[in-house]
Ligand binder design. Sequence first.
Ligand SMILES: [Fe+2]
Length: 402
Amino acid sequence: MSFYYARKGIRRLPGIVIKAASIPDPEVTEGFGSRAQTGLICKAAGIKSVLLVTDANLYKLGFYEKVKSSIEEQGIACSVFSNISSEPDLDIIEEGRNAAEICNADCIVALGGGSVMDSCKIIAASAKHPSRSVRHFLHKFAVVPDKTLPMISIPTTAGTGAEYTVGAVVKDSHGIKRSTVVIGLDVIHVILDSELMISAPQSVTVWCGIDALSHGLEGIAADVHSSFDDTKKSFECVRLVFQNLPLLLEEPGNIEARQHMSRAAFYGGNAINKQLAGYVHAFAHSIGAEYHIPHGEAIAYCIVPVMEAQKELCRERLAALSLFCGFAKKSDSHEKAADAFLAELKALLTRCGLKHGCEALREEDYDRLVEMIDSDSINYSPPKTFRDEEIRKILDRIRKGD
Ligand SMILES: [Fe+2]
């Protein structure tokens, strides 16, 4: 049973809840090599002892060294915890919290991708409240009294926006992924350093970039009342990806384009925090989980079929976005401008090397996938609530690449 009317009834609820939540509003430092300023940022914030958290691969690459030395140069203690895995679980988070306690950390510096960022959110929450078990912070909404420890985020990929989104995904003691909204997350600063992204494999650059674009686009389409500032950031997120991702396919070492992509991802994070995602993410999460397809690639398969299925409801917004990106003229009808945007999106995905149709997707799995998509979609504020038959049609389009 799909509980269509129940889902339809609560469609706006996540948007209302998120408006009431306290959202981080970090300062931003950006530029090639800008992580060398971490120490000065810590000093200005009155930090005395830092736990620098990263993962084993990044540790081996030595990316943390410039951060650590800049902190120590300011006379601030810095301990390194590098055990975060690609799918962090409670044990690792507990280890991280213990490391924070041992060094008496009053700040967590997160250096890494989405897994490191999400782990640090729970570490920063639980280290502030050591009398509570780490498990306590894995509820759907983890309310952290007096905020988490301050966190400084240094993302190494340009895509998830996890550097300051309030959501975190970690595995519980049964190995099941739990998604938590950390109410009271205190990200005080984000450092966007393109030097960390310059040698990323092309697949990472591409699919993370498409993920960032999807955050801006779903934010624009969401059924949430947005401020002018938030809407502008989401528009800018999408435009920056269109302008810079193709450049990086030709010139992966283009520093300016890398900086722009990290800014796009940051704006995408704002969209997730303030406007929420939608069905593109519900489809991609379900297909990604079922067939072990990386998040950004799953997004790439889903984004056009899902947006086309919602086009009637957000035609004006797509038309405005199309004009903003330079894909349409003022004199164009909304229909023509929205179609021009979707055509440019398809062309970008083709240029990025997206295969025609998702071969892994199987018709015999549709029942399970529909249930997963129905269930995940209630976390977002999409412009409409799909019936199960509509979801099946979209799955068909994703599978065939129509
Ligand atoms: Fe995403």
